[in-house]
Design a protein around this ligand. Structure first.
Ligand SMILES: *[C@@H]1O[C@H](CO)[C@@H](O)[C@H](O)[C@H]1NC(C)=O
Ligand SMILES: *[C@@H]1O[C@H](CO)[C@@H](O)[C@H](O)[C@H]1NC(C)=O
Length: 249
């Protein structure tokens, strides 16, 4: 659908994708877990509902008015790890993908949001981002790492590093990892690696932020998105809810 729509847009030059090729939403009123709901949507229609515009939000809201949560196609992306440092020129080929996971890591795949610490054996481990710990910053001016012996959540650690230096430390290879390990004087400290993202079941870009206040919660394991009253909540994927599928026009 996407490719056809883009060609149409180019040819006609007048209509935008959602208006040209609206998704048709179908509500299924037989509660299922998120995974089973997806399987059923894919066999009967295209996929679980993808919501890309405010207009889509309204459509779903109207369709599901009398219902509690309904599953939509949004679920935790447990694959995509990122460095806090945004300057990608900092990394040569392969360096952004350098990892020093300890045995059994990365664990925590049951949480959508998770952050990474370097431990005093030099190996990396994942931890809930809200846990206070010391941190490693990076200073671009002097190309050096700084160990900061304060207890901060990962987010506060990031703010601290961005305010006083450049960012949280990225680790590009074994020798940088060794450098950090030698600077550490506690059990472990935050580095810049984290995971915090969502993806649509059909692979569409995750652009619209339509979460209810205080959502998504980082404390819910195995989490998928349910829509209720036009807003998104992250709930346990194994809960049973009605669901919304879509088909292409
Ligand atoms: C950080 O927290 C730990 C455990 O709560 C505590 O033992 C340590 O003294 C704290 N360090 C600093 C620098 O506040
Ligand atoms: C580690 O990476 C830095 C930055 O690319 C590079 O200057 C250094 O030579 C590398 N060290 C090793 C041992 O590969």
């Amino acid at each position: 659908m996407k490719k056809a729509a883009i060609i149409m847009m180019v040819l006609s030059g007048i209509c935008f994708l959602p208006a040209c090729f609206p998704q048709i939403y179908h509500i299924s009123q037989s509660p299922e877990t998120w995974t089973v709901a997806r399987k059923k949507c894919r066999s009967k229609y295209t996929d679980l509902a993808t919501i890309e515009t405010k207009q889509d939000v309204l459509k779903i809201r109207t369709l599901t008015k009398t219902l509690s949560y309904v599953w939509i196609g949004l679920h935790a992306d447990t694959e995509s790890w990122r460095w806090s440092l945004e300057n990608q020129n900092y990394f040569n080929a392969q360096e952004a993908g350098f990892r020093m996971w300890d045995d059994g890591e990365p664990s925590g795949s049951e949480y959508y949001k998770i952050c990474v610490k370097l431990q005093n054996n030099g190996k990396w481990t994942v931890q809930l981002c809200e846990t206070p710990a010391p941190l490693f910053c990076y200073n671009e001016g002097t190309s050096s790492f700084i160990y900061v012996n304060l207890n901060k959540t990962w987010k506060d650690a990031q703010s601290y590093c961005r305010e006083h230096y450049t960012d949280l430390a990225s680790v590009r290879n074994q020798s940088e990892n060794e450098q950090l390990k030698n600077m550490l004087n506690s059990a472990s400290a935050w580095i810049g690696l984290y995971r915090n993202s969502w993806k649509w079941s059909d692979g569409s870009a995750y652009l619209l932020d339509n979460w209810a206040p205080k959502n998504p919660s980082s404390l819910i394991k195995n989490t998928c998105a349910g829509s209720f009253s036009g807003k998104w909540y992250n709930v346990d994927c194994n809960d049973y809810w009605n669901y919304v599928c879509y088909s292409e026009f």
